[in-house]
Design a protein around this ligand. Structure first.
Ligand SMILES: Nc1ncnc2c1ncn2[C@@H]1O[C@H](COP(=O)(O)OP(=O)(O)OP(=O)(O)O)[C@@H](O)[C@H]1O
Ligand SMILES: [Mg+2]
Length: 328
């Protein structure tokens, strides 16, 4: 029995395909990640699975409840932490929790017990009577996670749980998430565009781009799938460098993007000297050369020819432009 089963799930907005026939299954107790750049379709997928949004086609079940036929059962059996903050600023931490508990009809005694236990879990017990508007970003996130757990869901949806948090707070949140999964056996499905987050937390990761799942595996196997090590070279003649490198028999795959060439190959150390010799024979200058073990960023680049960071930068530029247009 799976915690979540998804079959050819699709969402179109006025003809634009935001989620394009995706299929996957999540085991009970698994931490499953949807990793992808802005606009990939992560939130749309989460919204359909949590019955907030109707799919255009396809089917899915959560805790064996069909998302179309048994909406209420699905909702009762899941917890959600939205991408955008959804706490009431003018209420205290305790009041926010209590309100949610009433909404889910958690009986009073149990409610009080759970609120105390969960606020302790996220280390907010001593702040329970403070107004949320006085909380930092990290405290708000922790409170939202605690709130999402109040009605003891079997599956917890976390949409960008650590977006915009500093590395230390992010690390602490990762620990909570791991504890929840290990100690309470809760199945977690989370979205992120942080590579380290997906790598550290997830048992399996689906890389999603433009509404499609382009790879799905354990982080370890995803990294293995691109074939060995990664060499990155920057050169003013990167077109020539790319053309030359990709012809070498020991190269599994070579990408050219921005001002560097990224090569996937086995036993990188053994080929560095050859790369340097070939380059100088072809009058190609090398500004910088580095070897590393593959990261999920390399995996994304391998499958899409782009990096998530480039995508983010593009979106940020677009947003900046839009803001400028608005203020004009
Ligand atoms: N209600 C809507 N109406 C029209 N288009 C939408 C709507 N919601 C989402 N989209 C579009 O669908 C695509 C996927 O959006 P979605 O929010 O699922 O992406 P995401 O992967 O969660 O991105 P992010 O990392 O920015 O949160 C985007 O191109 C978005 O503009
Ligand atoms: Mg999103």
């Amino acid at each position: 029995m799976y915690a979540i089963e998804v079959e050819k799930l699709t969402k179109k907005f006025h003809g634009f395909v935001a989620v394009d026939s995706i299929s996957f299954s999540i085991e009970r107790g698994e931490i499953f990640g949807l990793l992808g750049p802005n606009g990939a379709g992560k939130t749309t997928t989460m919204s359909m699975l949590s019955t907030m949004l109707k799919p255009t086609s396809g089917r899915a079940s959560v805790n064996d409840f069909d998302i179309l036929k048994s909406e209420d059962d699905v909702r009762r059996s899941i917890g959600i932490v939205f991408q955008d903050q959804s706490l009431d600023e003018e209420l205290t931490a305790h009041e926010n929790m209590d309100f949610h508990g009433r909404l889910y009809r958690v009986p009073k005694d149990l409610r009080q017990k759970k609120i105390t236990e969960l606020l302790e879990l996220v280390e907010l017990e001593d702040k329970k009577d403070n107004l949320v508007k006085t909380f930092s970003g990290g405290m708000r996130r922790r409170l939202e996670i605690a709130r999402g757990l109040l009605h003891e869901p079997e599956v917890l949806f976390l949409d960008e749980p650590t977006l915009g948090l500093d590395p230390q707070t992010r690390n602490r949140l990762w620990q909570y998430i791991e504890e929840l999964n290990k100690e309470k056996g809760i199945t977690l499905i989370l979205t992120t565009h942080y590579m380290e987050e997906a790598d550290r937390l997830c048992d399996r990761v689906a890389i999603i781009d433009k509404g499609k799942i382009i790879a799905m595996e354990t982080p370890e196997n995803l990294k293995k799938s691109i074939g060995g090590d990664v060499i990155t070279i920057s050169s003013p003649e990167n077109d020539d460098l790319h053309a030359m490198i990709r012809l070498q028999p020991w190269v599994n795959h070579a990408d050219l993007h921005n001002s560097s060439v990224t090569i996937n190959l086995k036993n990188a150390e053994q080929h560095i000297a050859e790369i340097v010799t070939l380059s100088s024979a072809n009058k190609i200058t090398i500004n910088n050369i580095s070897i590393h073990k593959p990261t999920l960023e390399d995996v994304f680049l391998h499958y899409t020819g782009r990096t998530i960071r480039e995508e983010e930068a593009k979106t940020k530029d677009r947003m900046r432009m839009m803001r400028r247009m608005r203020t004009r």
